[in-house]
Design a protein. Structure first.
Length: 204
């Protein structure tokens, strides 16, 4: 991992090149579909996606997988489990060919630790929004809550990071039910969409 790439990441803000270079890192490449972390694994390392995209999923008692989130280039993952030393409660897969940088949790000190706290705070905000979305009583309200969180201005198109199946997994619903709700919302003039490109006309 180059110093330039590391300095572009929020966790390395306000750190000198010399400080960054002292951090021991391990770089690994994963093919599409490869498991990176599995439920029950114990790992004390924090992952950073250098290139590619990861999916974090969770299996229910029947073995069904639900997509919890997507991790893109420059983003962290597994930090909560790395610091807690608890077994992983999620599976992490490479959604495409991906390069991951691992940093041992013992390396997180000084300014890096302060920056990490800010990352935790932002992640907590994201999780709060996810809970708010999934707590809605109907699938229609869940869809609108999710789109509302991404829309910056009514009538302005935006792109969501999921395809239709991934969005259904994220919202913990059936894909056909999701398609039905999206079609109804479009018929009602509330949204317009094509693939993962959406326009929301009414923000609640």
């Amino acid at each position: 991992m180059t110093t330039e790439f590391m300095k572009s990441l929020p966790i390395f803000n306000d750190m000198e090149d010399e400080e960054i270079l002292k951090i021991n890192t391990l770089s690994q490449c994963y093919k599409k579909g490869s498991p990176i972390i599995m439920q029950g694994d114990i790992c004390n390392k924090i992952g950073i996606v250098e290139t590619g995209r990861l999916h974090v999923t969770k299996r229910d008692i029947n073995g069904n997988e639900v997509l919890l989130t997507e991790i893109n280039s420059g983003e962290l993952f597994y930090e909560a489990f790395a610091f807690s030393s608890l077994p992983s409660a999620v599976d992490v897969y490479a959604a495409c060919e991906s390069h991951v940088i691992w940093i041992d949790s013992s390396e997180i000190t000084g300014q890096l630790a302060c920056n990490m706290l800010k990352v935790f705070a932002r992640r907590n905000v994201f999780l709060t929004e996810r809970i708010d979305c999934l707590s809605r009583r109907s699938l229609r309200k869940k869809v609108l809550s999710y789109l509302n969180s991404l829309c910056t201005q009514p009538g302005k198109p935006f792109t969501i990071p999921f395809d239709r199946q991934q969005l259904a997994d994220y919202l913990a619903c059936d894909r056909s039910a999701l398609s039905s709700v999206l079609s109804k919302l479009q018929a009602d003039g509330i949204i317009r969409y094509r693939k993962n490109r959406f326009t929301l006309f009414k923000i609640s």
